[in-house]
Ligand binder design. Structure first.
Ligand code: DOR
Ligand code: ZN
Length: 346
């Protein structure tokens, strides 16, 4: 098999930042995907309807001419997000969910939630009005080993949220462990998970190959090989609960290559091809279209896209670096050869 044709995919978890960085990264995503769930962790965060509406307008203005890419907006939950704000957001036709960041868990999460109880009125309203809850699922206690934080969050927080709000649709974002795969697979249809291309392709060794590799550092951090294999098995399985969300998170080269480097991997440049690379490892593309283009819309109760994309099996090299204001951006797998290339897509 040397050609693939699938329904145009969507990216169910994306960081676009804001002007002028937005203009540098958005064309990469818009070239490949029809829609993307836009993360709200700007500074200051996207907290309410007005913030989301203004941010959406900035994204639409930054799109290349003739692009019909659609940003699907989310709100950033804080301890003070009110039920009224959630209701107002749910009445819009462009806000699809709200993101729960445990305070301190990751980049720009300082304004996130400090415990579950403060956010319960907002979750109650989300359940009532049909907004999807996206969760960064990591415990934040410093004494919890960084490699155990996802599992710890499942046990201490995720299970309670799911039990207390049985009709709330939850996306457990960018899962990294076999524990998360097992939990999502064993629960009902109200809980699903996104999986990034990088967590399908690297394990934690990639952060330390021959020295410290800051461009492989993201949160949640990549885990042991057995976890990567569990993720790959889930993504390529016939389960409808797993779908593509890149978590592509641009940080300038200087901010990554630093004594305290930022968390985030920039995969948007070649996102679909990276997912194809991961499926290629299993030699089984039978569920590639479902994972990339069908399971996500199904969970978000949105139509699937009405055009197709094509990929061809041909070697090509990811650039060493990309343009970025006042600096450069190092894409995931910079300078490496990929086996699949998106074609006929301009
Ligand atoms: O690696 C990450 N980068 N993980 C996140 O949760 C946030 C993201 C970012 O915004 O840079
Ligand atoms: Zn993210």
């Amino acid at each position: 098999m040397d050609k693939l044709s699938i329904i145009r995919p969507d990216d169910w978890h994306l960081h676009l930042r804001d002007t002028p960085y937005l203009e540098a990264v958005l064309p990469h995503t818009a070239r490949q995907f029809a829609r993307a769930i836009i993360m709200p962790n700007l500074q200051p965060p996207v907290r309410n309807y007005d913030d989301a509406s203004a941010y959406r307008q900035r994204i639409l203005s930054a799109l290349p001419d003739h692009s019909d890419f659609q940003p699907l907006m989310t709100l950033y939950l804080t301890d003070n997000t009110s039920a009224e704000e959630i209701e107002r957001a749910s009445q819009s036709d462009f806000i699809f969910g709200a993101k729960l960041y445990p305070a301190g868990a990751t980049t720009n999460s300082e304004a996130g939630v400090t415990g579950l109880k403060p956010v319960y009125p907002a979750l109650e309203a989300m359940q009532k009005h049909g907004l999807v809850l996206q969760i960064h699922g990591e415990a934040t206690e410093h004494e919890v080993d960084i490699f155990d934080r996802e599992k710890c969050f499942i046990d201490t927080s995720l299970k309670s949220i799911h039990e207390d709000f049985p009709n709330l649709r939850i996306v457990f974002e960018h899962i990294t462990t076999a524990d998360a795969v097992d939990y999502v697979a064993s629960e009902n249809d109200f809980i699903a998970a996104t999986i990034t291309a990088h967590h399908l392709l690297i394990n934690r060794n990639a952060m330390f190959t021959g020295g410290i590799r800051p461009h492989h550092y993201c949160l949640p951090v990549a885990k042991r090989e057995l976890h990567r294999q569990a993720l790959l098995k889930a993504a390529t399985s016939d389960s409808v609960k797993f779908f593509a969300g890149t978590d592509s998170a641009p940080h300038a080269r200087d901010a990554k290559e630093s004594a305290c480097g930022c968390a985030g991997i920039y995969s948007a440049y070649s996102a679909i091809e990276l997912y194809a690379e991961a499926f290629e490892l299993t030699d089984d593309f039978s569920h590639f279209e479902a994972f990339m283009s069908v399971n996500g819309p199904h969970f978000y109760q949105l139509p699937i896209n009405d055009d197709n994309i094509q990929l061809e099996k041909t070697s090509w090299k990811i650039p060493e670096s990309l343009d970025y204001p006042n600096d450069e951006l190092i894409p995931f797998k910079a300078g490496e050869i990929l086996k699949w290339k998106l074609i006929n897509n301009d």
